[in-house]
Ligand binder design. Structure first.
Ligand SMILES: *Cc1c(COP(=O)(O)O)cnc(C)c1O
Length: 415
């Protein structure tokens, strides 16, 4: 059994010398993912939720890199997929059973997933609308189905990640029991499902409890099921002074809120498995003093770096906080704005945050970049996506090559 490791790995815990070597060898911007940490996170989840009694399914959209998928699969966790692409990647990484949560699924997604199912893969489809159930029926699907319920409660660190209460997700709570009964005629209805959004924290446990207790009630109303899936959203401490989630307390609150049900409890953490297993390395290329000194007399600087919102979108999209550490040298602090190379005002990793004044050529590490990091990278501004290396035991290897300018135009059709 793997050691479960500490409850959180902070940016300060990474070896500066090792990261500097990787930046030297592979260039920047560079994602570094530590598979040993992914294993530790999986192990802590298993221990807290007592796997066997609870199913833990990795929400693969947090990081679908092949090495991560294989690692999580080997750690014994299931796979929760949000698209046909994720289903195919999970199956290709060795999963023989996956859950596919279809949110307004394009026809092609349904076709691809059902092809895999006909070829023998075990696929549990989670439908969040009557229309989705009808479209599955039209396609001759009669396999395992779960109904996604809109529990009417949400939890999350930002409006954009609070999905539980939004009408986009799931069938209205009051209509769910009817849909389950109706679907039982044509499908093997194995479960009910809800996901409240991301960011279950100590403070947010009440919303989580509320969602779980509604799901417990619904489960008792609809009769025997294989599972009640209460979603993911297990928070990680992005701020250095935030304490880590008390997983045992979350597990206990979940069981207690669920109450007695004739079904297995399932959870779907994504971020929790990978966030603190990843850092993004980026090099400073421009340093500029801002005109006015602040009250303390320190002159703020803008440090331009080679990673941007196209590399790590979370700060621009969610106002997310990520720790930033200068790996080159310790220096006196001053207010620093770290800015990317993209022509957008939102392309900032932090604004006037006190940190050692960077110099041109310095190497910075951005922490907790393992979840929704590479995954949300884009090629906006014609910026090729970065490379990724994985650390595994004592070794490090390239997991994904850096995209090239040629890759950006490879699909263009000449007239
Ligand atoms: C995104 C998602 C998750 C995982 O959310 P995290 O915050 O990464 O834990 C789980 N279930 C569903 C349906 C999702 O869409």
């Amino acid at each position: 059994m793997e050691a479960a490791g500490p409850a959180v790995r902070r940016l300060a815990d990474w070896s500066a010398a090792d990261l500097a070597d990787l930046a030297e060898e592979y260039g920047t911007p560079l994602y570094v993912t530590d598979l040993d940490r992914v294993r530790e996170n999986a192990e802590r989840l298993r221990a807290a939720f007592d796997v066997g009694d609870t199913e833990v399914r990795y929400a693969v959209k947090a990081h679908t890199g092949r090495a991560v998928l294989e690692t999580v699969r080997e750690a014994g966790l299931g796979a929760e997929c949000a698209s046909a692409g994720e289903v195919v990647r999970a199956l290709d990484a060795g999963y023989d059973a996956v859950q596919y949560t279809a949110v307004n699924p394009p026809a092609e997604d349904l076709d691809i997933v059902l092809d895999r199912w006909r070829d023998g893969a075990t696929v549990t489809v989670v439908a969040g609308a009557h229309d989705t159930v009808a479209r599955l029926r039209e396609r001759g699907f009669d396999g395992q189905l779960a109904i996604r319920v809109n529990p009417g409660v949400g939890a999350g660190h930002h409006e954009k990640v609070t999905t539980g209460g939004h009408a986009k997700f799931g069938v209205p709570y009051d209509r769910a029991a009817d849909l389950v009964a109706d679907a039982r005629a044509d499908f093997d209805v194995v479960g009910i499902h809800a996901h409240a959004g991301s960011g279950i924290s100590g403070d947010d446990l009440d919303a989580h409890r509320e969602l779980v207790s509604r799901m417990g009630e619904l489960a008792r109303a609809v009769g025997p099921l294989e599972f009640v899936d209460v979603g993911g959203g297990f928070g990680v401490p992005y701020h250095e002074d935030e304490s880590p989630l008390d997983l045992a307390a979350v597990a206990e609150a979940t069981r207690e809120a669920l109450g007695p049900v004739d079904a297995t409890l399932a959870v779907e953490p994504g971020r929790y498995l990978v966030a603190d297993a990843g850092v993004l390395l980026t090099r400073v290329n421009t340093v500029k003093a801002v005109e006015d000194a602040d009250a303390s007399g320190a002159v703020p600087v803008v440090a331009g770096v080679d990673a941007g919102m196209t590399t790590l979108l979370r700060p621009a999209m969610y106002d997310a906080y990520h720790a930033i550490r200068n790996l080159t040298e310790e220096r006196p602090e001053r207010p620093v704005t770290v800015a990317g190379p993209v022509c957008e005002t939102a392309d900032l990793f932090c604004e006037e945050r006190p940190m050692p004044a960077p110099r041109r050529g310095d190497l910075l590490a951005i922490g907790n970049a393992g979840a929704y990091g590479y995954e949300m990278a884009s090629t906006y501004n014609s910026r090729p996506r970065p490379a990724e290396v994985v650390r595994d035991g004592d070794g490090t290897r390239l997991a994904r090559e850096r995209e090239t300018l040629a890759d950006l135009t490879a699909l263009e059709v000449e007239r």
